[in-house]
Design a protein around this ligand. Structure first.
Ligand SMILES: C[S@@+](CC[C@H](N)C(=O)[O-])C[C@H]1O[C@@H](n2cnc3c(N)ncnc32)[C@H](O)[C@@H]1O
Length: 269
């Protein structure tokens, strides 16, 4: 079994994605997709950005490594009556079966960053995008003080060290790595823009503690930390640290509204 696939199929990201719908729509609004353009959403989950892309009239292929999320996405597409939106299983490291220059836009919001071979990911995203097209990535930033970066940092402190040679997904949040990876794929640095942006995890009625409980039950990286912490007797400590983080960063008095900073990368081909 591929450990990358196992990690994401172990959980159920739809439970977390439910908090991300508004920011997914805002992200798509800001991209400026036009009807009939062809878009790839890589590491699409159950369609937080793929569904709004298709609602704008684009023909969208969502590719994700997790079979359960592909199934959930296809159900959402049918329920939304979006027959120009299809989800399929695939690996961002090797988009076999997808022809060169297929898409006007290749989008990956906190998706392809989790694939284990970043140079292959950059090469594949460039390969499947048309000349004149765009690649847009949203990547979490290592050691950023905001929510997701800190959840991953806390989770990894409770998890055994990764195998030798493992490249942290968070390196996709570092400008020099981004330029090097797309550079090896043949893209000049002047074609790459990088700006900081904010995503919001929002729920009108779920508290920050309930939100953290969803991470512990359904978010692969945190589930692994919980498993390891239970074995070492540190599960309460992990839970308390995560809840303290979510409460400290919550901006809502009724439910949950937690901002998280990311780096938004736009590559013009
Ligand atoms: C944090 S979730 C984000 C999902 C979605 N983009 C969203 O914003 O709701 C990360 C997603 O990347 C997918 N993923 C991880 N590694 C992948 C790979 N190698 N190829 C394709 N998808 C991958 C996971 O299955 C998961 O759906």
């Amino acid at each position: 079994m591929n450990p990358n696939k196992e990690l994401w199929e172990k959980g159920d990201f739809t439970e977390i994605a439910a908090f991300m719908r508004q920011s997914g729509e805002a992200m798509v609004d800001s991209i400026g997709i036009t009807p009939r353009q062809r878009a790839l959403d890589l590491g699409c989950g159950d369609g937080t950005t793929a569904v709004p892309l298709a609602r704008k009239g684009a023909y969208v292929v969502g590719v994700d490594i997790a079979r359960n999320l592909v199934e959930a996405g296809n159900i959402r597409a049918v329920e939304a009556g979006l027959d120009r939106l299809k989800f399929q299983e695939g690996d961002a490291c090797n988009l076999e079966g997808i022809a060169d220059h297929s898409f006007d836009l290749a989008l990956s919001v906190f998706g392809a960053m989790f694939a284990p071979k970043p140079f292959d990911v950059a090469r594949e995203m460039v390969r499947v995008t048309k000349p004149g097209g765009r690649i847009v990535m949203g990547n979490w930033i290592p050691n950023d003080p905001t929510f997701v970066s800190q959840v991953l940092k806390i989770s990894s402190a409770f998890t055994p060290p990764p195998p030798e040679g493992f490249v942290s997904p968070m390196t996709w949040g570092v400008e020099s790595h981004i330029i090097e990876r797309f550079g090896q794929a043949g893209v000049a640095a002047e074609k790459i823009s990088m700006v900081k942006d904010t995503y919001y995890f929002a729920s009108p009625d779920k508290s920050p503690t309930e939100f953290i409980e969803l991470f512990e039950k359904f978010y692969g990286p945190t589930m692994n930390a919980v498993d390891a912490a239970q074995k070492s007797g540190n599960a309460d400590e992990l839970h308390n640290q995560l809840v303290a983080l979510a409460e400290a960063q919550n901006k809502s008095t009724a439910g949950t509204l937690i901002p998280a900073t990311f780096i938004r990368v736009t590559v013009s081909l």
